[in-house]
Design a protein around this ligand. Sequence first.
Ligand code: F6R
Length: 386
Amino acid sequence: EKGGYKHFMLKEIMEQPRAIEDTIRGRINVSEADVVPEEIGISVALAKSITRVYFVACGTSAHAAMAGRYWVEQLAKLPSTVEIGSEVRYREPVFTPTDLVVAVSQSGETADTLAAVKAAKAQGAHVLAVANVLDSAIPRASEGALYTHAGPEIGVASTKCFTTQLAALLMLAVYLGRRRGTLVQDEARRVLGGLLRGAHDMRTVLEQKDKIQFIAKKFHRSRDMLFLGRGTGFPIALEGALKLKEISYIHAEGYAAGEMKHGPIALIDEEMPVVVLCPKDAHYEKTVSNLEEVRAREGIVIAVCTQGDAEVARLVTPSISQIPSRSPRQSFALSEPDVVEIPEVEPEILPLLTVVPLQLLAYYIADYKGTDVDQPRNLAKTVTVE
Ligand code: F6R
């Protein structure tokens, strides 16, 4: 049932291109450059009248929601926020009848997210569920449901559900933008075209799994790891850190790259790998300057960058003092820059691709450590208690 893979998690990581294809199939009208209304679960009238999008979710699903927020702001020009289910529940949140609450939950059963949905409904807000499990509690409590079609996810650490959530939320943002007149057809065509090619691009990233395994082997004894990203790279940095801690038990933190100098830079030394997401997007120059700051302190960098980025490869190459000199053969390999390249894609597609090396890195590190990858200690696949 693991399809020849050692763990469900690896199988599910490898299944992602297919899961993305299944999630977008039939939902995009290519000639109109639009998302098909019946598939979205929100009426055209509602799409026009809402004044805020309020995402609620927990864990990995909250990271997908954070990317969704950037897209809703950018494409639909709607004020948008992301709140953690457990916090909404115990605050005194204020909802209005022109709020669209988007509850993102793979299982559709997470107690805290469900409680937030009920609180929102009680105040008259509209609720849309983005879920993977058909007819689960959160879709049932919502007015509409946009299902991801990832198929059953067995590994406790969420992978293919996450990337399909990203695809669904990007479609939602395009749908809202088109209805609200904030997204012109050419722009929608650009974004949706990128999404339609996303599965293919993701396969290119998955082809580098042996290289990522090699990087994992080098760093699986690390005690801590830091992940940095900007824009939609920020939620991906958070997701990379979460994946690593939950399955390898290595302490990891994700940070907005711009926050580096507000604290975490103090942690940089020659022992803690820093994973920097620096694809060629609007934030490239700034993030590369963060990378340089890490290197200036003899920090170790693992970079996820755009194919053929010689500048990042040069910056990431370890200095002589960082190359262990045990065996000449080994030291040659160890002096290779730890860079994973992703294809050049539309900026909106980047998070779907940059998360893949981070999932694989966490997976291989955990496997080298010999942890129970599919059933990490203390964790449950569905959290139906608060
Ligand atoms: C992490 C993970 C959890 C879930 C969280 C929410 O890999 O799986 O953080 O994302 O428990 O679960 P759902 O999406 O079912 O509401």
